[in-house]
Design a protein around this ligand. Structure first.
Ligand SMILES: [Zn+2]
Length: 172
């Protein structure tokens, strides 16, 4: 994707995210309301009370093909268990009780927070295009941390780890 292409699509994606979050806001609940026992060993109270969760039958993905980005078709049609936009993440209803799925999406929420919207989208799109979904750097970070979480128990400040990793990769 060229810079010009990114700049053309960015406002469309921004509007789509805003409209999606506005339309679904009534169904949002704080992740803290799930009462997960292990997340507090990895996240400070702020992200757990501020991050919002919306349970859905199918997670929403921007209509990237309609926006002219047909190279992301596989991603758009993936039917993932979860997806994060800013401080809000969507989970498939059937998977909503999986604490490690919430852990994974909270890593993305931290990435959004640290990088900001434009930088997150630019890096995510770049990684997706170069390496594919699973090997894109922001996903590798989330999956690696998720694996550590599943292997637990331990205590880890995810926000700090994510900040340091982004810095190491010169992403911030
Ligand atoms: Zn992910």
């Amino acid at each position: 994707m060229t810079l010009a292409e990114f700049q053309r699509v960015l406002p469309l994606v921004k509007v789509w995210i805003r409209e999606t979050l506005t339309a679904t806001a009534p169904n949002a609940r704080p992740v803290a309301s799930y009462g997960f026992a292990r997340l507090p060993a990895y996240y400070t109270p702020a992200p757990l009370s501020q991050s919002k969760v919306i349970e859905v039958d199918r997670v929403p993905v921007p209509p990237l093909s309609t926006f002219g980005l047909s190279q992301f078709r596989d991603f758009a049609e993936m039917d993932a268990d979860g997806i994060t936009y800013l401080d809000t993440y969507f989970v498939r209803r059937e998977a909503a009780r999986q604490e490690s799925l919430h852990f994974h999406e909270l890593v993305h929420a931290a990435q959004w927070r640290i990088l900001g919207l434009e930088r997150f989208l630019a890096l995510y799109a770049e990684g997706l295009e170069k390496f594919g979904y699973r090997d894109s750097p922001l996903e590798v970070m989330a999956y690696d941390l998720q694996e550590q979480f599943e292997l637990g128990p331990q205590s880890l400040d995810v926000e700090t780890v994510v900040t340091l990793q982004l810095r190491k990769w010169a992403m911030v």
